[in-house]
Write a new protein. Sequence first.
Length: 245
Amino acid sequence: MYSPEPGTTESLLGSDYHLDLGRRQRLGMVEAIWGEHKTAQQLAAIIDSLQAAGELALATRVSPQKAVAVQQLLPDCPLQYHEDARCLASEPLPPIQPRAGRVVVLGAGTSDLPVAAEARLALACHGIEADLILDVGVAGLHRLLGRLDQLRSADVLIACAGMEGALPTVLAGLVSQPLIGVPVSVGYGVSAGGIAALHGMLASCAPGLTVVNIDNGYGAAMAALRILGMSLIRRGGLDDLATAQ
C-alpha cells in the first residue's frame, strides 16, 4: 500500500483526481495512465488506487528512472517495467483468450518499436494475442510481401511507420482486414516529428484505412479492441472478451 509523505500526495492530487473505474463496464477496456507528465508520486498514488479497486494498471510513456521510483514507492505492488514499450504495468497480465481474436502489430523499422510495443502491451493487458513484426517498411517491400500469409490470418492489423508513413497505405491495398495506421515521430527534417507520416496516412488513397494520432500505440490498440468486440458480438461470444479483461 502506498503511504505518501505528509503533505506530498495530498497537495499534488488531493480530491482533484477521479479514476474512471467504470470504463471496463462501459467500454470493455481499462483506464490507462499517461505517465510522461506525471510525477512518480502521482503515478504511485493512481496505480495504488487502481490496484485497491481490483483493476489492472497500465502507465504509458514512463522513463526507466521514473519506473524505478514508482516501484520503490510501491514495494508490495507487483509491477513490471516494459522497457521496449516505455510502459509500467501490473503483473500478472490476464491470460490470452484465443476466441477474442488475434492482432498483428507491424513496425516499418526497428525505430518504430517503442510505439509498436506499446500497442502490443496494451492488447496483452486485455487478454488479446498480438504478434509483433518489425522491419517490413516499403524501402524493402519484399520483406512485407513475404509475410502476407501471416498477416491475412489476423483479425486486425496495426501498422506503425515514421518518415513518409507509407506502410499502412501499401498494406491496406494488399489485405482485407481492418487496418489501423500509427504515424511515428521518426525521420529526418521534413518528417517533422511524425507530421509527414500523419498527413500521408490521412491522405491515403487506400479505402478504409483508420489513422490514430502520432505515436499513439495505446490508442491504436483500443481501436483494435473495439473492432474485436464488434466481431465477437456478431459471433455471439462477447463474454470471451469480458473474461479476457
